[in-house]
Design a protein around this ligand. Structure first.
Ligand code: SAM
Ligand code: SF4
Length: 321
């Protein structure tokens, strides 16, 4: 079992398999970074898998593959099968923008993927285009249906932005509800990479909009999930992720691995350590030691600040959100 210095059990590993992306979301990567990390600096699936085996043996029970856009990485289904074959009980999930999902959903499910979170910020083609800076909506909606048809448990993620998609928050909510898919509205997290002009809706504003049409009651947080859950009278449950609060840090159970091999204990990079040399040498003992050090140094709280004027340097496309 992995337990950090504050007594929190860490059992959840998020793995960013690439920082590259085929979207240019206004809140994440509005412009292509000056340079991508060169391919040779990115860990191969074999190298990532060596670390994942160590992490599973030490107590990781849930793994989420993310990015950048994870479906840009060739043979992701083979990688999923490697993890599944090592430990079929692992709760294996993926976060994707859904654009490439329709063509691969079935093979991901066949390989052992159980769950998928798909980002859906608008149901209007021109708004989805404005946010992702590409004509994306048709393919994403096909991806959602294909994932569901393949038997994957689908959740939707949406970032409400003032003056952009806030007018259709209820439509997004009802799209999810009609498909009986949970939806999580994520507060926009200010960061230096995002388009400077955008502003997000806060958790209270999101609730006010849903309240105009639906009654719901608070259900609290689900285990260690950062989402605050709400239940409608008919039993449908939706969530709001409000990272500007710190209260979910108390039960934080996760660490992150970047495609370059940085093992990140919290939303910030500061205490991250590289596992690259260890896995490139096939040194399992060294990889296990780095894992132990990162867990021991996991900070008590994220250093997210909502003080005016302060923005994080954190690139979501590097750490995987
Ligand atoms: N490309 C995939 C996707 O978009 O789902 C996976 C990576 S993306 C970084 C993971 C999640 O982070 C997405 O749900 C996205 O909406 C969210 N995200 C990215 N930038 C964000 C920001 N500035 N504030 C809040 N959520 C953000
Ligand atoms: Fe790409 Fe996901 Fe970031 Fe959008 S949120 S730019 S899809 S990594």
């Amino acid at each position: 079992m992995l337990v950090d210095g504050y007594g929190r059990k860490v059992n959840y590993l998020r793995v960013s398999v690439t920082e590259r992306c085929n979207f240019r979301c206004q809140y994440c990567m509005p412009e292509k970074p000056f340079s991508w990390v060169p391919h040779e600096k990115i860990l191969s699936f074999e190298e990532l898998f060596l670390f994942i085996k160590v992490a599973i043996d030490k107590g990781i029970t849930k793994i989420r593959l993310t990015g950048g856009e994870p479906l840009l990485r060739k043979d992701l289904d083979v990688f999923i099968k490697m993890i599944y074959d090592y430990k079929p009980e692992i709760d294996l999930a993926l976060t994707t923008n859904g654009f490439l999902l329709a063509g691969i959903a079935q093979s991901l499910a066949d390989a052992g993927l159980k769950r998928v979170n798909i980002s859906l910020d608008s149901l209007k083609p021109e708004v989805a285009w404005k946010i992702a800076q590409r004509d994306v909506l048709g393919a994403v909606l096909e991806g959602i249906d294909a994932a569901s048809k393949a038997g994957l448990f689908v959740k939707l993620n949406s970032v409400p932005l003032k003056g952009i998609n806030d007018g259709e928050l209820l439509e997004l909510f009802e799209y999810a509800k009609n498909k009986n898919m949970p939806i999580r509205f994520i507060e926009y997290m200010e960061n230096t990479h995002a388009n400077k002009t955008i502003q997000g809706l806060n958790a209270k504003e999101i609730q006010e909009i849903i309240k105009t049409k639906y009654n719901f009651k608070e259900k609290g947080r689900e285990g260690a999930s950062p989402a605050q859950l709400f239940e409608l009278d008919d039993g449908y449950v939706f969530g709001i992720i409000d990272p500007h609060k710190h209260d979910f840090c108390e039960s934080c159970n996760r660490i992150r691995l970047s495609a370059e091999g940085m093992l990140i204990p919290c939303l910030y990079f500061d205490e991250a350590l590289s596992i690259k040399d260890a896995v490139r040498k096939g040194d399992i003992a060294a990889a296990a030691e780095i894992l132990g050090t990162v867990i021991a140094n996991k900070p008590e709280k994220n250093r997210w600040s909502d003080e005016e004027g302060e923005k994080s340097n954190r690139a979501f496309y590097e750490t995987g959100g």
